[in-house]
Every structure is written in structure tokens, then in C-alpha cells.
Design a protein around this ligand. Structure first.
Ligand code: PLP
Length: 369
């Protein structure tokens, strides 16, 4: 394959070699079903236990608060499903990922009251606005920790405090945040938190939902009773192991990764400033390192994407999960970008494996366009 530059880490990230190495034996030799009682099943069973423990430690939780799922989408769907099962109202934001928005819209069609909070120009939800929109204690608030298109980080602790003061439950979609910023679920106070391994250099098709111990969840997938009877299905042992190893690796070198990525982010912005390219940066000052939403007025984001692609550079126009969609991104709309500016927007998302040389090549290619 010819050399390419991968700058779409918010869509998915390269699997860590350490995670891959840890997974291999569970895909080959140690293939027993972890629920079985014989000795051969012991190692996969222990691997699940150990992985649950590692993941819990990485976010300040207890192992029994971690439920393995098939992806971030499933974790989000489960949280919304819980609100529906309880007959709760839902309060969410207008910039959530479709993994939250679509089940909310479906719930609305089924008669559930759903409020979609607006955001400011930086993509932030107002604490006061949240307080005003919680009508009764039987409410689930679901506000994402970090936005996938613009990287803005919400004031989750404050939002959570307000939700709790009204007696509501609080879920956060932390798919873009876990493994990239430090998270302590007890410090934040969240009741549920969604994560996905492929966003933090783990394998695709595996995620988890954190659920605070004293919350009584309804079963989401019924069957053989795995995941404490709440999410049945034979566990994806190799991927769970890979997820735990990747997360631990990222958490152990969190500050180092952050400063490397922040350095690359500053470099890209400095080089753009030094060029004669006219651009604007979108999103809040407090954002996930490396998530860079840039609008180039007068140009088409989609055409920039395709022309960079010809040079082996991978970036995105908006949310990766709806990249086939040509409608203007709901996030860029919600932060008040006019349609023409929204359509001139691309997302460059950097990760720990990116280098200075790659940044220089990206800006050189943008300059040539
Ligand atoms: N939530 C956010 C914020 C995301 O960015 C994504 C994926 O892009 C998801 C949820 C869905 O995660 P997954 O791809 O693991 O289903």
C-alpha cells in the first residue's frame, strides 16, 4: 500500500500493537466459552475478570459497574432504552451523536417527552438551560462529554450536579473522551457513561457502559444471562482483552499523548496562520486534543476531502458515522454556522501515532489546493 497519512482518529484509531498482541491467543488457542465450567474455560473467564478490573480502574469505577457491549452505539442505545423502560422523560442536546439522537426520536414517536437543548457558538450546553428543562425527577439527562465533530468538552460535573439536584439520572456519551482525557466517574458524578474501544486504539466492535452500582437497570439483551443477566450474548473475549489493554496503555501515557497531540495541533494552526489560507476554527477552547474542525470559506469541505484523499491523506467532512450523508451536519448547524460555512468545513483529528512530518504534509497539501 502506498504511504498515507491518517488524520481521522475521531472516526476510528489504529489498533495498538500491544492490544493486538494481547488479543491473539484468545482468537487462536484460548477459544473456550468463558461461561463453561471446565478448566479450558478458566483463562478466558479470568481474562474477562481482569479486563473488567482494568477498565474500571481507568475511569475510577468498580468492576461490577462495567458492562461490555458491542460498541458505543449500543451503550448509548441502552441508556436511552433504560429511560423508556422506566417511563422517564429525556433531556438531551441538539449536538449528540445519532447513537443518542435516533433512539430519542424513536422514543418521542412512542410518546416519550424529549427535550433537545440548544448549544452556544462553542457547542456548549448551559447549566441554567438544563435546569429549566427538567420538568420532573423521573428524567434521564443524556449529554455527551466531548463532541465528535468539533471536540468541545461539556461541563459534565456541573450539568450532572444540576440534574441530580432535580432528582434526574445522568448519562454521558463519552465515546470521544475515554482514553483521551482523564475521567473519574465518581468525581463527575455520572450515573451512566458510554465508551467505545476503537476510539482509543482498541479493536472495533467492542465497547462498554458504566452504570453506577445502585442503579437498577432493566435487561437490554435477554438470553444466556451474561453481564449480570442484563446484556446476554457470549462475550467477545479477545476484543474485551484488547479494549482493556488499549485503554490502560492510553491512560498510563495520557499526559504524554496529550502534550504530543497538542503540539501537533498548535503546529497545524501555526502553519495555517503562516500560509495565506483563510480559515476559521470551530469548537470550544476546552476540547479533546487533536480534534480540529476547520472551515475554509468559499471552498467545499467535500472537495477538500477528495483532493486530499488523492494525495493519501485521510480526513473527514463531519461525523464519520454519517459521512455518506450530504446534508449539513446537525452539529455545525446547532453552533450557528451558516450553511455555506458548514459545507466548507473539514475535521482533522490527530492521534498519538501522528508525527510532525505528517502535519507539514497536510498543510502543504492544503496550500496547493
Ligand atoms: N458517540 C460518539 C460521540 C461517537 O463519535 C461515535 C462514533 O463516531 C459513537 C457514539 C458510536 O460509536 P461506535 O462507532 O463504537 O458505535
Amino acid at each position: 500500500m502506498k504511504r498515507f497519512i491518517y488524520a481521522d482518529n475521531a472516526a476510528t484509531s489504529k489498533l495498538s500493537p500491544q492490544a493486538l498482541e494481547a488479543m491473539i491467543s484468545y482468537l487462536s488457542k484460548e477459544y473456550a466459552n468463558p461461561s463453561q465450567l471446565y478448566t479450558f474455560a478458566k483463562r478466558p473467564k479470568n481474562a474477562l475478570k481482569e479486563s473488567r478490573q482494568i477498565i474500571a480502574e481507568c475511569i475510577g469505577a468498580s468492576p461490577e459497574e462495567i458492562f461490555f457491549t458491542s460498541c458505543g452505539t449500543e451503550s448509548d442505545n441502552w441508556a436511552i432504552h433504560e429511560a423508556i423502560e422506566r417511563g422517564y422523560d429525556i433531556v438531551t442536546s441538539s449536538i449528540e451523536h445519532h447513537a443518542v439522537l435516533h433512539p430519542c426520536q424513536k422514543a418521542e414517536q412512542g410518546g416519550v417527552s424529549v427535550a433537545y437543548l440548544s448549544v452556544d457558538h462553542d457547542g456548549l450546553v448551559s447549566v441554567t438551560n438544563l435546569a429549566q428543562n427538567i420538568g420532573r425527577s423521573e428524567t434521564l439527562v443524556s449529554i455527551m462529554m466531548a463532541n465528535n465533530e468539533i471536540g468541545s468538552i461539556q461541563p459534565i460535573k456541573d450539568l450532572c450536579e444540576v440534574a441530580h439536584s432535580k432528582g434526574a439520572l445522568f448519562h454521558t456519551d463519552a465515546v470521544q473522551a475515554v482514553g483521551h482525557i482523564r475521567i473519574d466517574v465518581h468525581d463527575l458524578g455520572v450515573d451512566m457513561l458510554s465508551a467505545s474501544a476503537h476510539k482509543f486504539n482498541g479493536p472495533k466492535g467492542i465497547g462498554f457502559l458504566y452504570v453506577r452500582k445502585d442503579i437498577d437497570m432493566s435487561p437490554y439483551i435477554s438470553g444466556g444471562g451474561q453481564e449480570y443477566g442484563l446484556r446476554s450474548g457470549t462475550e467477545n473475549v479477545a476484543s474485551i482483552v484488547g479494549m482493556a489493554v488499549a485503554l490502560r496503555e492510553n491512560i498510563e501515557s495520557l499526559e504524554k499523548n496529550q502534550s504530543h497531540i497538542q503540539h501537533l495541533e498548535s503546529l497545524i494552526l501555526r502553519l495555517l496562520d503562516e500560509s495565506d489560507i483563510i480559515y476559521q476554527r470551530n469548537g470550544a477552547d476546552n476540547h479533546v486534543p487533536g480534534n480540529i474542525s476547520l472551515s475554509f470559506p468559499g471552498h467545499s469541505g467535500e472537495s477538500i476531502l477528495h483532493r486530499l484523499d488523492l494525495q493519501g491523506i485521510c480526513i473527514s467532512t463531519g461525523s464519520a458515522c454519517n459521512s455518506k450523508d450530504t446534508v449539513v451536519s446537525h452539529v455545525l448547524k446547532a453552533i450557528g454556522l451558516p450553511d455555506d460555512i458548514a459545507q466548507s468545513t473539514v475535521r482533522i483529528s490527530l492521534g498519538k501515532y501522528n508525527s510532525e512530518d505528517e502535519i507539514i504534509s497536510i498543510v502543504e497539501s492544503l496550500s496547493k489546493l
